[in-house]
Design a protein around this ligand. Structure first.
Ligand SMILES: Cc1cc2nc3c(=O)[nH]c(=O)nc-3n(C[C@H](O)[C@H](O)[C@H](O)COP(=O)(O)OP(=O)(O)OC[C@H]3O[C@@H](n4cnc5c(N)ncnc54)[C@H](O)[C@@H]3O)c2cc1C
Length: 478
């Protein structure tokens, strides 16, 4: 097999996954249905955990150089903001970066690492057996067939891979929709003078302005119905008394709040990641970010399997760890969307205003604010071990971790350096330094802690070997 992993879809999830696999020496090919990249950005944000994972690979600066950071973010459009700057991270902000730029930078990274990306190639069906997956599709030269050891569906909310693999996608349908418009011409003075208005307005590159609007009159229109310029303009006038001088629309779109999570992120040799595994309303901007973290979780595990050292069950941990996160995101976006929806129903306006006031006052409590900020930023994502130390599964803080795992290996800190270097030098980068007030720490390639030894526990080579083997496989002998 020339290609070990085929990825369907060159969106942000597929591109990061491709890069992660190639970093570990896996031969990977991404098939992308579109003939070329389109210029439209759905997402505009990268949240703190996404910046941290880019930093783990030493590429965060590329993204930071092209965007703009803001220290706070919102939950459900509440007046009281989430304070990202108070979180325990060196990246306590949201980075405003259009999705097209994020994708361009991720594609650049993937290509640098040798990932083959084939545009104009649509995956149509798959068939798997014990040894691999046969992928059939349509490309510029007609039908094609490919075989790979694994296939990953990063092909978005309507994933053909998910459908062909027979993986269910339970959840709820749209109950409301919003409209999005990118305009070349707007009246900036009218926007500046508008004060508090029920719209999201953001500047985009190329002099464009993004306006997102949800209105009581139009929110029951099916998300599949195209938006017309006149509808958009009339809705702005009706809601705010002005059209803000919009003209020259570059993109008009409608999106809904259907919320679904794949019943399994894996079926045999087929995996799902990103929107193929979970869809929801873009409340607080979490979809792209969650997809990047899926990719970061799956990449090293799949590579470990292909490189022959994965411990038993490692691949199964992808679903075990990421499926609950998909549900958490689906749940918090549903809660936010319900609040937005009720705000727009005239009969509920007063009680919802009271509820918003109450929630705003709760967000003034630092612990409450930090709890929601941890959720939306994904910094609180943890993969705890049933009987493990409370640190196991959390992200490693501080700059030492990222510096050690740039090349996608595990990282080890502590006084067993010699034993670790001898047994796992192909998989673990070793630092002799003690990790803060711990005696030993094993860091996973995705920046989460696999194992620690406290200063109160005596050194124990057999225990160390068992802990490392459970994650990084058996030591190489001889
Ligand atoms: C209005 C709006 C605003 C949003 N804002 C934010 C935000 O601020 N922050 C955030 O984190 N998220 C946001 N999101 C969500 C975000 O855009 C998505 O979660 C993200 O694009 C998912 O990335 P992905 O790579 O998983 O899927 P996609 O970006 O959907 O990429 C899938 C790719 O697969 C390709 N493909 C599909 N079918 C096939 C096939 N059969 N064969 C080959 N290729 C195929 C597609 O062409 C596409 O390129 C927003 C969404 C909307 C609608």
């Amino acid at each position: 097999m020339d290609t070990e992993v085929v990825i369907s879809g060159a969106g942000p999830t597929g591109l990061l996954l491709g890069a992660e696999l190639a970093l570990a020496g896996v031969r990977v090919r991404i098939l992308e249905r579109q003939k070329a990249r389109h210029g439209q950005s759905r997402a505009l944000t990268l949240h703190p955990r996404s910046i941290e994972i880019l930093e783990l690979r030493g590429i965060a600066e590329r993204f930071l150089a092209q965007g703009r950071t803001v220290p706070s973010w919102h939950f459900a459009g509440l007046s009281r903001k989430l304070d990202f700057s108070a979180l325990d991270t060196r990246h306590g902000y949201t980075l405003f970066l259009e999705q097209t730029r994020t994708e361009r930078l991720l594609e650049e990274r993937a290509r640098e690492l040798g990932v083959e990306i084939s545009y104009g190639h649509e995956v149509v069906s798959l068939a798997q057996d014990d040894d691999g997956v046969a992928v059939a599709g349509v490309g510029p030269d007609g039908d094609f067939r490919l075989r790979a050891a694994y296939l990953v569906g990063c092909d978005g909310g309507r994933s053909k891979v998910r459908e062909s693999a027979g993986i269910g996608f339970p959840g709820s349908d749209d109950t409301m929709s919003s409209m999005l418009g990118d305009f070349a011409v707007v009246d900036q003075e009218a926007i500046a003078a508008a004060g508090r208005i029920p719209l999201l307005i953001a500047p985009l590159s190329g002099g464009l302005t993004r306006i997102v609007v949800t209105s009581p009159e139009r929110m029951r229109v099916p998300a599949t119905e195209p938006v017309t310029f006149e509808e958009f303009r009339a809705t702005l006038v009706q809601l705010t008394g002005t059209s803000f001088g919009i003209a020259e629309p570059r993109w008009l779109s409608r999106f809904g709040n259907a919320t679904r999570v794949a019943e399994n992120y894996r079926s045999g040799r087929v995996f799902l990641a990103g929107d193929a595994a979970h869809i929801h309303f873009p409340a607080a901007g979490q979809g792209l970010n969650t997809g990047l973290q899926d990719a970061m979780n799956l990449g090293w595990k799949l590579a470990a399997e292909l490189n022959g050292w994965a411990p038993p069950g490692l691949l199964g941990t992808y679903h075990a760890e990421r499926f609950p996160v998909g549900h958490l995101v689906a749940g918090n976006t549903q809660a936010q969307t319900l609040l937005l929806e009720l705000t727009l129903v005239p009969d509920y306006r007063r009680p919802v205003a009271a509820l918003r006031g109450l929630l705003d006052s709760l967000l003034e409590i630092p612990e409450v604010n930090a709890r929601l900020a941890g959720l939306v930023s994904a910094l609180s994502t943890s993969y705890p071990a049933p009987d493990g130390d409370p640190l196991v599964g959390t992200r490693m803080l501080g700059p030492q971790g990222p510096n050690l795992v740039h090349s996608g290996t595990f990282g080890y800190f502590g006084d067993g350096a010699e034993q670790v270097a001898e047994g796992w030098k192909d998989r673990i980068t070793v630092a002799g330094a003690k990790p803060g007030d711990l005696s030993e720490l094993l860091l996973r390639p995705d920046g989460h802690i696999a194992w620690v030894r406290r200063e109160t526990d005596p050194p124990d080579a057999a225990r160390r070997e068992a802990a490392i083997t459970a994650w990084a496989g058996a030591a190489a002998r001889g």
